[in-house]
Ligand binder design. Structure first.
Ligand SMILES: Nc1ncnc2c1ncn2[C@@H]1O[C@H](COP(=O)(O)OP(=O)(O)O)[C@@H](O)[C@H]1O
Ligand SMILES: Cc1ncsc1CCOP(=O)(O)O
Ligand SMILES: [Mg+2]
Length: 262
C-alpha cells in the first residue's frame, strides 16, 4: 500500500482517458476531477490515437456498448498497449449477460489490460466460476472470493480488484484486502465505475499497477466511509454530493486514521 501516491496524483494531475457509459459518465468525470486527476471522455474512433498518446491511463467501461463502441474500445486498448499506457477494464454485468461476457473475453484476447475492476459476479464470470450475478450487481454466489480474484488474475495475467463489502486486490499471487467502505456505495449507481476510473488515475502516476489498485481502493473506500459517518443516515443523494466533496478534500492523514486493510 502506498498512500503517498495520492499526493503524487494531485501534484501531477494526470489525464485519464475514458470510454464511459451514458448512465454514469458525469459521476466518473467528476470523480476523477475531484480526486485531482484530469478526465477526458471519448466516443469517436477517428481521434483515438491522439487521445491515447496524450493520456496517462485508459479506463474502458463496458457498461452500455454498441457494436461500433466495441470496435472503439478494442482500438483504444491496442493503442494503449502500443504506447505503454496502463489499461483498466470495468466488465459491467458480464456475470449476468452471456453476450457481454463474450465481448469482454474477446477484448481481453486482443489487448493486455493492467487492471480489471469488477464486483464478485463480474470477476467470477471472468474467472470461469459459477455465480448468480444480478444485472449490474454482484448477486449471490458461493466460493472463496480471494481464490476467485486470484484465479481471474492468473487467467488474464493482470491485477484484479474484486470489489464489495471487502475489496480483494491481487496480482495472482499476493492478495490485499481493504475493508473500508459503506453500504451507501450500493445505493449510488456508478460507485464501481468511479472506482475503476480512479484506479486509472493512480495507475497513471506509478509503474506498479498492483500498488495503484490497492491505493485506489483504500482511498475510495475510506472516503465513502468518512462521508457516511459524517451524514449518519441512509441518504443516497446527499452521499453522492458529499462523496465528490470529500474526494477533493480528503487527506492522507484522514485516510490513515480509519484505514483497515491487510
Ligand atoms: N456493502 C458494502 N460495504 C462497504 N463498501 C461497499 C459495499 N458494497 C460496495 N462497496 C464499495 O463500493 C465500491 C464499488 O464497488 P461495487 O459495489 O462492488 O461495484 P459495482 O458498483 O460495480 O457493483 C467499492 O469501493 C466497494 O468497496
Ligand atoms: C445501470 C447501468 N446500466 C448499464 S451501465 C450502468 C451503470 C453501472 O454502474 P456501476 O457498476 O458503477 O454501479
Ligand atoms: Mg459495476
Amino acid at each position: 500500500m502506498k498512500l503517498s501516491l495520492l499526493n503524487e496524483l494531485r501534484a501531477q494531475n494526470p489525464i485519464v482517458l475514458n470510454v464511459s457509459n451514458f448512465v454514469t459518465v458525469q459521476d466518473v468525470a467528476n470523480g476523477i476531477n475531484a480526486i485531482g486527476a484530469s478526465p477526458i471522455m471519448s466516443e469517436e474512433i477517428a481521434k483515438t490515437e491522439a487521445m491515447v498518446k496524450m493520456s496517462g491511463a485508459v479506463a474502458l467501461n463496458l457498461g452500455a456498448f454498441t457494436q461500433d463502441q466495441v470496435a472503439h474500445v478494442r482500438k483504444m486498448g491496442q493503442l494503449a498497449n502500443q504506447y505503454g499506457k496502463p489499461v483498466i477494464l470495468d466488465p459491467v454485468a458480464v456475470g449476468a449477460v452471456a453476450y457481454r461476457l463474450g465481448v469482454a473475453q474477446s477484448l481481453l484476447r486482443d489487448f493486455q489490460v493492467s487492471v480489471i475492476r469488477g464486483n464478485a459476479g463480474e470477476i467470477a464470470a471472468l474467472a470461469g466460476i459459477q455465480w448468480a450475478a444480478k444485472g449490474i450487481d454482484a448477486g449471490e454466489g458461493q466460493g472463496d472470493l480471494k481464490a476467485i480474484a486470484r484465479s481471474a488474475a492468473l487467467k488474464h495475467n493482470c491485477v484484479v480488484i474484486l470489489s464489495g463489502p471487502t475489496d480483494f486486490i491481487t496480482d495472482g499471487t499476493t492478495v490485499v484486502t481493504v475493508k473500508n467502505g459503506t453500504p451507501l456505495f450500493q445505493l449510488h449507481v456508478g460507485s464501481g465505475d468511479m472506482l475503476s476510473s480512479i484506479v486509472g488515475a493512480f495507475a497513471a502516476v506509478t509503474d506498479d499497477a498492483f500498488e495503484a489498485a490497492q491505493t485506489a481502493c483504500l482511498v475510495f473506500g475510506t472516503t465513502g466511509q468518512l462521508v457516511a459517518e459524517a451524514i449518519g443516515a441512509e441518504l443516497p443523494g446527499t452521499f453522492t454530493v458529499k462523496l465528490m466533496d470529500q474526494l477533493h478534500l480528503v487527506t492522507t492523514q484522514e485516510i490513515e486514521a480509519v484505514a483497515d486493510y491487510e
